[in-house]
Design a protein around this ligand. Structure first.
Ligand code: AMP
Length: 286
């Protein structure tokens, strides 16, 4: 497995692979890898010839009061994990390599960034789309693989790739969970044992929404209220948002008429966790 830190070297490698007819799968990550990340990589490895993984904690997607400095890092452990799933290249640039002092360009996606995490993390998605565009230009993948756990991020990237005619296939992989249902996340490492127990409220609230819709409840306000009550019964929790929305536009919906995205962001202690589920009303309750 090759470890590349310089942009030009990565571009040369990708040009070489492409000109020899190889297909490149790309998994962008911020490291501190877990099974969720590895599932994305396994998909890439089994689908095409060459798997490139980037490990880069991108400063521009963190707000001023967010956890950039504290974000967990374990480069040595990460390299072992990528090697074990058969990764071919790890691209792990320094921040200065990605953002020279006079860089001035941003990629901004409009409407789909204006909901959910876009409201509570201003500028976050501009950081994501800008870094992912740069990474796409550096790694030059045929396909890029993202997790459905970060549902809005996946929707924003799909929009960007379509709008800018990037010609890269975007694949979404279902959320990988711990055995008790908590969505895997590098940020779970921040949780103490009491907070870890409370964090189960995210999955429980999503399952409750699913159950209510299955029982015929169409009113999203009623479902949202029940979810919020369930969440707040768990200690250390603070609700950032609980939303039921259209899975493509991410605009709020008042009634469950077709597939509906239930998305939430909850602070457990000082750790902000997100999760989501697509629900729909089953059966005929008319
Ligand atoms: P991150 O390192 O948090 O930026 O995540 C890198 C990629 O892994 C993103 O596409 C995430 O959506 C994906 N990812 C993170 N956690 C999970 C999970 N539990 N299951 C599936 N994919 C995930």
């Amino acid at each position: 497995m090759k470890i590349i830190k310089k942009i030009l070297e990565m571009q040369d490698q990708s040009d070489h692979l492409r000109s020899s007819g190889k297909k490149i799968a790309f998994v962008p990550t911020m490291g501190f890898l877990h099974e969720g990340h590895l599932e994305l990589m396994r998909y890439g490895k089994k689908t095409v010839d060459t798997l490139v993984v980037s490990i880069f904690v991108n400063p521009t997607q963190f707000g001023p009061n967010e956890d950039f400095d504290a974000y967990p890092r374990d480069m040595e452990g990460d390299l072992l994990k990528v090697e074990q799933v058969g990764g071919d290249i790890v691209f792990s640039p320094e921040a200065g390599e990605m953002y020279p002092a006079d860089s001035q360009t941003k990629v901004v996606v409009d409407k789909v960034t204006k909901h959910l995490c876009g409201l509570s993390r201003p500028g976050h998605f501009d950081g994501v789309t800008s870094v992912v565009s740069k990474l796409f230009n550096i790694v030059k993948p045929h396909i890029a693989i993202f997790g459905e756990k970060d549902y809005q991020q996946l929707a924003v990237i799909r929009r960007m790739v379509m709008d800018l005619n990037m010609g890269i296939e975007i694949v979404g992989i279902p959320t990988v969970r711990e055995s008790d249902g908590l969505a895997m996340s590098s940020r779970n490492a921040y949780l103490n044992p009491q907070e870890r127990a409370s964090a189960l409220c995210l999955k429980k609230a999503l399952d409750l929404a699913d159950r209510l819709a299955n029982e015929g409840e169409k009113n999203t306000r009623t479902i949202k209220r029940s979810m919020e009550e369930l969440i707040l019964r768990h200690p250390f929790t603070e609700i950032d948002y609980v939303q039921l929305c259209d899975p493509v536009s991410l605009e709020d919906v008042e009634s469950i008429d077709g597939e509906t995205l239930v998305a939430l962001a909850i602070k457990v202690g000082r750790t902000r966790l997100i999760d989501n589920k697509i629900i729909s009303m089953k059966g005929d309750f008319s």
